[in-house]
Ligand binder design. Structure first.
Ligand code: CTP
Length: 405
């Protein structure tokens, strides 16, 4: 779970103090927490202690214009890999079950596209009341995960279910929620690169390319959906990380290589990034100015490391290494040459010239690829990038099924 992030909603209840410990326990495991403290929650723990423990600003008011300009509530709701509500009060459960959005916490819960884990805490009679039962059932049906409540002596003196789960139990549930259990790639580690790299010329200029990252993000998503522990090393693009995928953002080819090597060993690596082949030999520290004689600066380029080839010849080489080949002519012949040169097991080759309607594969939604393996070449029809990703992952799954049997 290292590198993952949680959005923690702290509701109003005496158990809110345990949420402070939860933040620490998650941090010990390399999980970053950002917190929303409800108005009622702030009666039990202070924003200052939550901010000190998370090391982040604490969000609390839906209509704070400064908060909204820093990070809108929709963005906040999607900024983490998982949303945890602890303590989850009858009020928060009821609001989500009923689709109400009357404050920041409930709005965020409705707007999120991530899984929600709730740790309820309330008086035993409240927990057993028909309306809270209905909320809990509705939420469970909608896919909300629950941890606790535990049975025991309550702060109010009564006995029964209603105590919030202990921080370590919540940590275990968080860990569970990050995993897609039972998928065919459960237990496999996958590394994906995506997007362009940017090679700086000076603080304001860089060399890059038109890659949108869409194909690589879709592959990371499909690998994670098949259960692989997936890390996505991405150049600068404007796409949210798929859930269950750990995102490592990089800028240059050299950063991307370092980030990839740091993730080895991996079972599967899919290198779909459009890495810049060259970079300016010197990145100036200050902006390069025009000179009075209008002399045009000469750009000297040097070669970037080849990440696919480095991994292909690495002592910790991934068990299945898949490269891409972006070609504009002689697609298959060039792709096969790259497969050999870079010691890749498979190559996904595509023609990146603009199609008949002028839409380029780079940036577009669709792709028409050829899969070149050790023994075969297949041409797939034109399809959505998400479909290409699903098919590729089916082939990967099949490959491991065959090689392990
Ligand atoms: N690649 C890489 N590092 C580089 C260049 C490319 O890892 N510095 C990877 C890409 O992610 C892709 C494969 O190598 O998986 C082929 O990339 P492509 O741009 O098609 O080929 P190049 O090696 O750049 O060769 P050319 O420009 O001659 O087509």
């Amino acid at each position: 779970m290292r590198g993952k992030s949680v959005l923690l909603i702290i509701g109003g209840g005496i158990a809110a103090y345990k949420s402070l410990d939860l933040i620490r326990r998650l941090a010990e495991r390399g999980v970053k927490t950002r917190a929303i403290l409800t108005r009622a929650g702030a009666e039990f723990v202070t924003p200052l202690s939550v901010a000190a423990l998370t090391g982040e600003k604490v969000y609390s008011d839906l209509f704070s214009l400064t908060d909204e300009s820093e990070m809108g509530h929709i963005e906040l709701s999607r900024s983490a890999d998982l949303v945890v509500v602890a303590p989850a009060t009858a009020d928060l459960m009821g609001k989500l079950a009923g689709g109400l959005a009357s404050d920041l916490a409930s709005t965020t819960l409705l707007a999120t596209d991530k899984r929600i884990l709730m740790a309820p805490a309330m008086n035993v009679r409240m927990w057993q009341s028909p309306s809270v039962r209905r909320s809990a059932e509705t939420l469970a049906r909608d896919g909300v995960l629950f941890v606790g409540p535990n049975e025991g002596e309550m702060a109010c003196g009564e006995f029964g279910p209603g105590r919030m789960a202990e921080p370590l139990e919540i940590v275990a549930a968080v860990e569970q929620a990050f995993k897609v259990r039972g998928g065919p790639l459960d237990g496999f580690k996958a590394l994906v690169t995506a997007g362009p790299t940017q090679e700086p010329l000076d603080p304001v200029r860089f060399i890059a390319n038109r890659s949108s990252g869409k194909q690589g993000y879709a592959i990371a998503d499909a690998l994670a959906a098949a259960g692989a522990d997936t890390v996505l090393v991405s150049g600068p693009v404007d796409i949210a990380a798929p859930s269950h995928v750990r995102l490592v953002k990089v800028t240059t080819a050299r950063d991307m290589l370092a980030a990839c090597e740091a993730e080895l060993p991996a079972d599967i690596a899919v290198m779909s990034a459009a890495v810049a082949d060259w970079r300016p030999d010197i990145a100036a520290d200050s902006k390069i100015k025009k000179d009075a004689d209008h002399r045009i600066p000469a750009l000297r380029l040097v070669e970037n490391p080849d990440i696919l080839a480095t991994l292909g010849h690495h002592k910790k080489r991934p068990r299945l290494l898949v490269g891409f080949a972006a070609e504009t002519d002689d697609v298959l012949a060039h792709a096969v040459a790259k497969q050999k040169r870079k010691n890749a097991d498979w190559i996904v080759a595509n023609d990146v010239s603009a199609n008949g309607s002028g839409e380029s594969v780079m940036g577009g939604e669709r792709n028409q690829v050829h899969l070149i393996t050790a023994t075969a070449q297949e041409s797939w029809p034109d399809m959505k990038k998400a479909e290409v990703a699903r098919r590729l992952v089916q082939h990967i799954t099949q490959h491991f099924r065959e090689t392990s049997s």
